[in-house]
Ligand binder design. Structure first.
Ligand code: GLP
Length: 245
């Protein structure tokens, strides 16, 4: 694991955008695995700036997102499709038909999951997978569990995760109870993984991810077994790890 320790959220966002930019410059037809949540918002802002300056070209990029709430349409302002459109896709020259997010409204969940895995496979796999991390160590919506999951699947969200995401909704009752997510296997199959962690509320999860045992109760801990992981974390997120790395 390559760990970049940065000062704060702004530095984290710049560093992450630089790494993603390097990926796109080195391989214009990259398949990017993208993430939502508060953490990557600044990264996407910097990528948009890079595009506006003429330094970045997304015309050959394809994206596959990690997850989507079940029951929300892409027009819902809390859906992850909407998040991606408004934070990145609407502002760069990526082809919309080259952007993929699980369909939260699909009738047949099993078919949606199988199709999503087949799509990733047909694209030749993910070149760079961007990840945030949940306070309980979840990645995508892979919640702590007794097993590591393989492919895209439907999950029931923990109360903790729904509570953490309730800040985006009018009330916790409106937070969907289920979501589609790539599996840990999909994430581990990505050629490169870029995990971002900002803030003190991520310090324990980051500590467990980097130094804890590989344990499905901390889904991100499996990244210890991936051969090309970059972590960008700020001082607060690294507060428990500082003298240990
Ligand atoms: C959600 C997303 C994750 C994200 C996590 C942390 O549950 N499904 O992909 O990493 O929240 O979000 P935040 O970056 O807002 O702390």
């Amino acid at each position: 694991m390559l760990i970049y320790a940065v000062k704060d959220y702004e530095e984290l966002s710049r560093k992450a955008a630089n790494i993603i930019s390097a990926q796109i410059i080195l391989k214009p037809a990259s398949v990017l695995g993208l993430a939502t949540g508060s953490t990557p918002v600044g990264t996407y802002r910097h990528l948009v700036e890079g595009y506006q300056k003429g330094d970045l070209d997304f015309s050959k990029v394809t994206s596959v997102n990690l997850d989507e709430y079940r029951g929300l349409s892409g027009d819902h302002d809390q859906s992850y499709r909407y998040f991606m459109n408004t934070n990145l896709f609407n502002h760069v020259n990526i082809r919309k038909d080259h952007t993929f997010v699980p369909n939260g409204l699909t009738e047949d969940g099993a078919e949606e999951c199988a199709d999503y895995d087949a799509r990733i496979e047909a694209l030749g796999g993910i070149d760079l997978q961007l990840l945030g991390i949940g306070g309980n160590g979840h990645i995508g919506f892979n919640e702590p569990s007794s097993v590591f999951t393989r492919g895209t699947h439907l999950v029931t969200l923990t109360q903790e995760t729904r509570q953490a995401n309730a800040r985006f909704f009018a009330s916790i009752d409106e937070v969907p109870t289920q979501a589609y997510t790539m599996g840990v296997g999909n994430i581990m199959a990505a050629k490169k993984v870029l995990l971002l962690a900002s803030g003190e509320n991520k310090a324990q999860a980051l500590y467990d991810t980097v130094l804890g045992p590989v344990d499905p109760m901390v889904p991100a801990s499996i990244l210890q077994l991936h051969s090309d992981v970059i972590i960008v974390a700020d001082e607060a997120a690294l507060s428990l790890l500082n003298d240990k790395i």
